[in-house]
Design a protein around this ligand. Sequence first.
Ligand code: HAM
Length: 414
Amino acid sequence: MIINNPKGTQDFLPPLSTQKSYLENTFRKIAQLYGFEEIVTPTFEHTELFLRSTGLTTDIVTKQMYTFVDKGNRNLALRPEGTPGVVRAVLQYNLKLPIRLFYIGPMFRYERPQKGRYREFYQLGVEIIGEGQPEAELELIDLAMRYFRELKLEAVVTKINSVGCKVCRPQFRNSLKGFLTDNLSKICEDCKVRAEQNPLRVFDCKEDTCQAIYQSAPKITDHLCYECQKHFQTVLEGLSKRKLPFELDKSLVRGLDYYTRTTFEFVPTGASELGSKDSIGGGGRYDNLVKDFGGPQAPAIGFALGLERILLCLPKPERWRPLVFIISLDEKADTEAEGLVHKLRDADIPALKSSQVKTLRAGLGLADTLYCKYVIIIGGDELQKKVYTVKNLVDRSQVEVAQDKLIEYLKATL
Ligand code: HAM
């Protein structure tokens, strides 16, 4: 019996796996350009870490977390997101602030699987801990946009909002609570609980009827204190100045509890396989989390991108590999092929040769199966003329290339 992968998980087969590595390596390169260093934290943590950060009343913690008790009776959870683990590590090892860290790795959420929504998925994330100025928001959004440009994913807009702070939020909560009480009979059961425990969370509700009602609900952005208002205004002006496209979205509160002030999401605007409702990334400020974890008062901000969702927005990768397959047609040519395969690898050109194929037809068939882009044919004729026959398997064209010009030719065309 063949056992399949668990529901909600995904196998990355070639060439998708190559495209996944490309996304990760490009993210590494760009994060480093902005002064970030990589951090790797465990894929599971003490459950309490997420209860105290992501939030006790969030969908992620109440409905989606993979929790288990291990053989040592510890309550553990597969991480549903990267931020809490990064903040924990910064405090545990007393890292100097400010610090810029990035991470790449799998996250786990028990969600209803659909296109772009998985139970195991990869995030590419950045966190700046210890920077409170609006400049940090601009740096992060600029970084994300540079990354999308590099991937040739040009049509992405940043939806942005401010969710206020400890000063302005309590007052807003009361006015929202009043609105929810007036509309209690019209909202779903989940939202009735949210209205009681954490009213802001109603904006995360996936029910269309609830969302229609919340259109006319009071919005936090209209209730910001002076400091939050000033901060947000500077962020918006900075985005305009840098020509970074954004849309103010007053309902954007994001489904995690630690956010303060700026929250944002990256939404693709072009046609793609990804549903139009889904964002490819999101983040925001969390100026109290470090303190709440027992650390110093250190403002912080970050975002995470969903790798699978970005893949759904990009063209499918081609199966042909930049790989050269050498076919030798007699014993003398075998010796030449043996030398050539090493010479190509020394020049950073991926190459294979097979001593098993003795006919040209078999060799070409094997090269096709392996999705090699080029075949180099060496026979008596070629040896005598000091050339190689180079066949392009993608367009099936064929040329003769002088032996000493081969590396140059392949480098220019692979
Ligand atoms: P989040 O919005 O929960 O934020 O997730 C960030 C991104 O992860 C989403 O925009 C989406 O692209 C991807 N994602 C989330 N859930 C799934 C899923 N089930 N399947 C596929 N992709 C998914 C956070 O996780 C915060 N830690 C971001 C952050 C960092 N805030 C501050 N620093």
